[in-house]
Design a protein around this ligand. Structure first.
Ligand code: PEP
Ligand code: CO
Length: 462
């Protein structure tokens, strides 16, 4: 085990953050954090959390940093995908398996279609805290405190459910541990073996055009594996065929939780936030002097920062300087979510400034969060065509500037939900109520996700 929760003596602090501690953020202005009504209960919960084992190990986070360095250098592609908000209520093994299946299918389409290694990161096993545009929301006739994710309060529409409850952090930890356990079993225990590619195709995907296209690739992979076997290659000895490296990530929003899971690595003396391999900071909490950047600057995990349409080149540069002053490749990812129609104007200045300053970032496109619209009746939705258009323009800008469009970041589920409009199934506004189950933002369903993977693979081939 690489992480020692007891602070070892005689270790060298990481450069640039010599005096940093996991509670550093407390002296900075905080945004989007809940008002805990009972500080004693909060203290008890975080103390207990601080005594729990790490969910991930420092060595794994370092491996992901190395893989992301390959992405930054244009030698690999990053697929980051999962729920907008995980739910305490949706926790069955089948839900987790189906989400993993669709991510594995997308990764196969991308790897096979583009001939590139694909780094796979889930928005999973900890994606429980949500920033909100308003502290209150209207549900029917009621004005309630906003739902902030199951790690903080409950989505039930009554005032008691909306009170921030610190015990929920312990539940979130347990849900994350169980999810991670299952993910590790699925990805290391045979389910993710490349000879299983057909088994990842769920019935409702398999019966669609995208499913049939996927089956063609799966058949070609079967033949390639049979060829290798016939050549005398022992595939059972090849862990790269039998197992998949799958990493976890979430928005590091609830800093009480993140602090409690931050531990010092006994090998290097560096601090790691052991709640996930990769942490990102959202568009609403990326203030330069704010608590979230102050926290993330001190942990050595690979990091992401969301950049919305108001981001200036100066801000992007200052974020790079703050989070990656040593310019370590793979340490920092900038995730743009500018909105379809804005990318060609807004992205070039950001990319040029960061590139000219010599910052080796991973550029990632989140085509979801700049494209949320309200359908009739107020339901949040997104158009598949807008999602695709933002990705296309992201690729075009990077192509023009000679930089690498490193990855995509999508909200999806393995189910046949009707939350995003369009796609090959042509989901209409009138279809949205049929299967709209998200606790937060609208997600691509499995067919739309596979469709998107084929489109991105085509862009990568150009
Ligand atoms: C999210 O990723 O769910 C999110 C809230 O994104 P952003 O910070 O980009 O709005
Ligand atoms: Co979201």
């Amino acid at each position: 085990m690489a992480v020692d929760p007891i602070t070892p003596k005689n270790i060298t602090p990481p450069s640039g953050v010599a005096h940093w501690t996991p509670s550093e953020w407390r002296s900075h202005p905080r945004h989007q954090m809940p008002d805990w009504p009972d500080s004693q209960m909060l203290k008890e919960a975080t103390t207990e959390l601080g005594s729990y084992p790490p969910l991930v190990f420092a060595g794994e986070a370092r491996t992901l940093t190395r893989e992301l360095a390959r992405v930054a250098q244009g030698e690999a592609f990053l697929l980051q995908a999962g729920d907008c908000a995980e739910s305490f209520a949706e926790f069955a093994a089948d839900d987790i398996r189906d989400k993993l299946k669709v991510i594995l299918q997308m990764a196969v389409v991308l790897t096979y279609g583009a001939g590139l290694p694909v780094v796979k990161v889930g928005r999973i096993a900890g994606q429980f805290a949500k920033p909100r545009s308003s502290p209150t929301e209207r549900v029917g006739d009621l004005e309630l405190p906003s739902f902030r994710g199951h790690i903080i309060n409950d989505d039930a529409p009554n005032p008691a459910a909306r009170i921030a409850d610190p015990q929920r952090m312990l539940r979130a930890y347990n849900h994350s541990a169980a999810t991670l356990n299952l993910l590790r079993a699925f990805t290391k225990g045979g389910f993710a073996d490349l000879s299983q590619v057909h088994a990842w195709n769920q019935e409702f995907v398999a019966t669609s055009d995208q499913g049939r296209r996927y089956e063609t690739i799966a058949g070609e992979i079967d033949r390639a594996l049979a060829f290798m076997r016939a050549c005398g290659i022992d595939l059972r000895a090849e862990s790269t065929i039998q197992q998949v490296e799958f990493y976890t990530s979430h928005e590091a929003l609830l800093l009480d939780y993140e602090e409690a899971l931050t531990r010092r690595d006994s090998l290097t003396g560096d601090w790691y936030d052991c709640s996930a391999h990769l942490l990102w900071v959202g568009e609403r909490t990326r203030q330069l002097d704010g608590a979230h950047l102050a926290f993330l600057a001190g942990v050595r995990n690979p990091l992401g920062v969301k950049l919305g349409p108001t981001t200036t080149a100066e801000e992007a540069l200052a974020i790079c300087e703050k989070l990656n002053p040593e310019r370590i490749p793979g340490r920092l990812m900038l995730t743009t979510r500018l909105g379809a129609g804005h990318v060609r104007e807004l992205l070039p200045p950001l990319v040029s400034a960061v590139t000219e300053a010599g910052h080796p970032v991973v550029w990632q496109c989140d085509p979801m969060h700049g494209n949320t619209i309200a359908a009739e009746g107020g339901r949040k939705t997104r158009r598949f065509d807008d999602v695709l258009s933002e990705i296309r323009d992201f690729f075009a800008v990077h192509h023009d500037l000679g930089t690498w469009p490193g990855g995509v970041h999508v909200e999806l589920t393995g189910d046949s939900v009707t939350e995003c409009l369009g796609g090959a199934d042509e989901i209409l506004e009138s279809d949205l109520p049929l299967r709209y189950t998200t606790t937060c933002d609208p997600r691509l369903n499995a067919r739309q996700s596979i469709d998107l993977a084929f489109r991105v693979a085509e862009l990568l081939r150009v």
